[in-house]
Write a protein that binds this ligand. Structure first.
Ligand code: SAM
Length: 381
């Protein structure tokens, strides 16, 4: 093998890395599908600059930096902010509402999907259309159906796919949580937006033995196998991934309740706890279980105080490592977090990938150390 300097051809270098990190076919598909056709000419980088704004990369103004970013393994590129309300004309602050996923994440998702030639695939969260094109390269069966909720993004993806020779991929505008019944049954379902619950339609539209890969609760990648009854599915968390939520599950703009907390601070109920909540920050398994068992919780880690907020902003709590607690509103969020962390400890402090999910007639539950291990019903976010 002759070594090529990594800088000589970023696309080849990237293919080399994907051959190490992804399924064996991915590097070939990556070389066949030109990623530069799918990345918009202007994208935001996902890390803010010192001014707090997300910088823009412009293909025309800085083609080398733009191209280097396109072939970076670990960084997604933000393609839409605030549902189009923020123009990509310059650095901005806003909520990420679409991106082209990082190649490392694409590789992990496709590895776990175990895709084979001839498979029929339902893809939720088309975005730029890039994942669909890669999957079309692999399946060669012309049965990739992809759904995007945002009409404008779906239109761009359609054009990207057509211009790249993937006109056979079927693309629709709609709510991917409902699946695409007309194309069912599917051998594989891939979601590239995060679910808070596994939508029943995905299970119903997948063949028994089929596989569903989806980000879950914003931090875990789930791989579920559909059971022989075709109505239930179960499987482990296979990786840690950060993904934006499915629209409809985003819960609206997160209200900034800092001012509310300030006004209520003196009146909040004071107490103490001996419980150590620190695993919520240091252990992904504990963080995952907390988000599965405490509905709608948001945590802001301050220097000396951790703030727990309910998504509806009606309840909040503050916890300090020395045990001081303040709680306000109808819910006692620190008490709920203490129970979730205790459940995690009692289960033997499972790592993220020791956890998994089963969905069936009895609802949805999270388990540790296999479906026969300790299990807890998932609460709605
Ligand atoms: C992280 S982006 C996926 C990008 C795609 N993997 C790519 O690399 O181009 C998530 C996409 O899911 C879409 N989405 C969110 N909720 C959806 C839903 N309920 N149905 C279909 N698409 C949805 C968003 O609009 C967004 O474009």
């Amino acid at each position: 093998m002759t070594a090529t300097p990594a800088s000589a051809d970023p696309r080849q270098a990237c293919a080399g890395e994907l051959a190490e990190h992804g399924p064996s076919w991915l590097a070939r598909a990556f070389l066949a599908v030109d990623r530069t056709r799918f990345v918009p000419g202007r994208v935001w980088l996902p890390e803010p600059g010192s001014d707090g704004l997300f910088p823009v990369l412009d293909r025309e103004q800085d083609p080398d930096a733009w191209q280097a970013a396109v072939y970076e393994l670990r960084r997604p590129l933000i393609t839409q902010m605030d549902d189009h309300r923020t123009p990509s004309e310059g650095p901005a602050r806003g909520r990420f509402t679409s991106s082209i996923s990082a190649l490392r994440v694409v590789a992990a998702q496709l590895a776990h999907l175990d895709l084979h030639p001839g498979h029929t695939v339902l893809h939720i969260g088309t975005g730029t259309g890039y994942d669909s094109a890669l999957m079309a390269e692999r399946t060669r069966a012309h049965k990739i159906l992809t759904i995007e909720t945002d009409r404008q993004l779906a239109g761009t993806a359609r054009r990207n796919l057509d211009a790249s020779g993937y006109g056979q991929v079927r693309a629709a505008v709609g709510d991917g949580e409902l699946g695409w019944p007309e194309g069912a049954p599917y051998d594989r379902v891939l979601s590239t937006a995060s679910a808070t619950r596994v939508p029943p339609a995905w299970i119903a539209q997948t063949v028994p033995g089929g596989i569903i890969v989806t980000p879950y609760r914003g931090l875990a990648l789930l791989r579920l196998a559909v059971a022989d009854d075709g109505k239930s599915a179960s499987g482990p968390v296979v990786d840690a991934v950060a993904f934006m939520a499915l629209r409809g599950r985003r819960g609206g703009e997160a209200p900034d309740i800092r001012a509310v907390i300030k006004a209520q601070l003196a009146d909040a109920e004071k107490s103490r706890t001996d419980a150590d909540l620190s695993p919520v920050r240091s252990e992904l398994g504990a963080e995952f279980l907390l988000h599965a068992l405490v509905p709608g919780i948001r945590i802001v880690f301050g220097g000396t105080t951790w703030w727990f907020e309910a998504r509806d902003a009606a309840s909040w709590a503050a916890w300090k490592p020395d045990g001081r607690v303040r709680q306000w509103g109808p819910r006692r969020l620190v008490d709920e977090a203490v129970l979730a962390v205790a459940a995690w400890r009692d289960a033997g402090a499972p790592a993220l990938t020791d956890l998994g999910v089963t969905v069936g007639a009895g609802g949805e539950c999270v388990w540790a150390h296999g479906p026969g291990g300790p299990a807890w019903p998932v609460r709605d976010a």
